[in-house]
Design a protein around this ligand. Structure first.
Ligand code: SF4
Length: 366
């Protein structure tokens, strides 16, 4: 429940309270003040107010499956515990089409969303992927195929020596018309130089999504936080997403991803606190800053079930889905389970006092 105006005045947040009440946009300076503020309940209540205004008690979940085709990757991202340098490296994998289709078939379920990402493999071709999508679509015609991060799209454009537009069109023609939100990390060049020095920069990441949006595709967007970034760099990241969304309206959901600290070299360089308060405040400020993005996800894989439930009171309105098998977060130390049954997701939401709504990748009822 929202506190009274006098409470926000005492907390030095009267101007932000008024902006929220009047439906006005939060400025970068106000966003920064919220992230720095010591009263987490005051910040959370503002975000919850916006969430309730947008969605009431509706809280979304999806019957989905993650498919990782390979973890072989040419990039050296320092936060990544998933990638392997070559197919000969210990723990490396590359699945054939048949093996991936077998993973899907084993589940004996009709998925509303199939989420496909992997490393930037040095030789897999665009044709290998379009042919895979067609086979998956034949097996699961009802599913939205959410395929690739902007990083993989950029990588395929380079491998094939074609434009971003051509990669996206080929995938769309095959049946995959949505992009995942991965690869954004933190947009600030200072941070990217240390966490993902060789992959696409902020402008290139945003360009891939803007091209996808111009083709009528929807996409998600993310921010990997809680490592070496400053809070100013978090706000800058949110502002850049907000600016693009003003132009294209193609982002459907924002996913704040807390950095996982195991099995990756970045963990020895971390400068931020790993705390519940920081995670909840960041989710709340995301809800408040991103007034033009409809949904904020509490990704239970990275937060764990209990924190994801808490996040529903800090502005989040979606908890993601069944997943089936998650590798990327777990190999970096996420200690949630690998999968949740659809009934467990429903229970998670009702137990927290919200109304479960089963959706597809476009947030339509499924
Ligand atoms: S985050 Fe993605 S691009 Fe970076 S090393 Fe890991 S798999 Fe490769």
């Amino acid at each position: 429940m929202l506190y009274k105006e006098s409470f926000y005045a005492k907390e030095g947040l009267a101007d932000i309270y008024h902006s929220v009440m009047e439906g006005n946009r939060i400025t970068p300076e106000q966003g920064l003040r919220l992230l720095e503020h010591s009263n987490i309940q005051a910040v959370g209540a503002l975000a919850h107010h916006v969430r309730m205004r947008k969605h009431g008690t509706n809280t979304y979940f999806v019957r989905n499956m993650h498919l990782n085709y390979s973890n072989v990757c040419i990039h050296p991202c320092t936060f990544c515990a998933f990638k392997r340098s070559s197919e000969q490296s210990e723990g490396a994998f590359i699945y054939s089409h048949d093996e991936l289709l077998e993973q899907l078939a084993q589940e004996q379920a009709e998925f509303a969303e199939i989420h496909i990402v992997g490393g930037c493999h040095p030789t897999l071709s665009l044709e290998w992927f379009t042919s895979l999508v067609k086979k998956i679509k034949a097996l699961q015609p009802q599913a939205d195929i959410k395929m690739f991060t902007a990083v993989e799209i950029d990588h395929l454009a380079q491998i094939e020596n074609i434009r971003i537009e051509d990669v996206l069109q080929a995938l769309k023609d095959a049946g995959a018309s949505m992009l995942t939100g991965g690869g954004a990390e933190i947009f600030a060049p200072r941070v990217r130089k240390q966490v993902c020095p060789t992959k696409l920069n902020a402008e290139e990441w945003l360009h891939v999504h803007s091209v996808a949006h111009s083709m009528g595709n929807l996409s998600n967007c993310t921010m990997l936080f809680g490592h070496i970034e400053t809070i100013e760099e978090r706000i800058d990241h949110l502002c850049r997403l907000r600016e693009l969304q003003d132009k294209t309206h193609g982002f459907i959901c924002f996913i704040p991803l807390p950095y996982q600290r195991k099995n990756n070299p970045l963990s020895s360089k971390v400068t931020t606190n790993d705390s519940y308060i920081d995670r909840m405040k960041t989710i709340a400020v995301s809800r408040l800053m991103l007034d033009n993005i409809e949904h904020i996800k509490a990704y239970w894989i990275m937060l764990g079930v209990k924190e994801a439930q808490s996040a529903l009171y800090f502005g989040a309105d979606d908890i993601d889905g069944t997943i089936v098998e998650e590798k990327i977060g777990h190999w970096a130390g996420a200690n949630s389970s690998h999968a949740l049954h659809i009934d467990e997701l429903r229970f998670m939401i009702t137990q927290s006092g919200f109304t479960p709504v089963c959706r597809n990748a476009r947030f339509l009822a499924a």
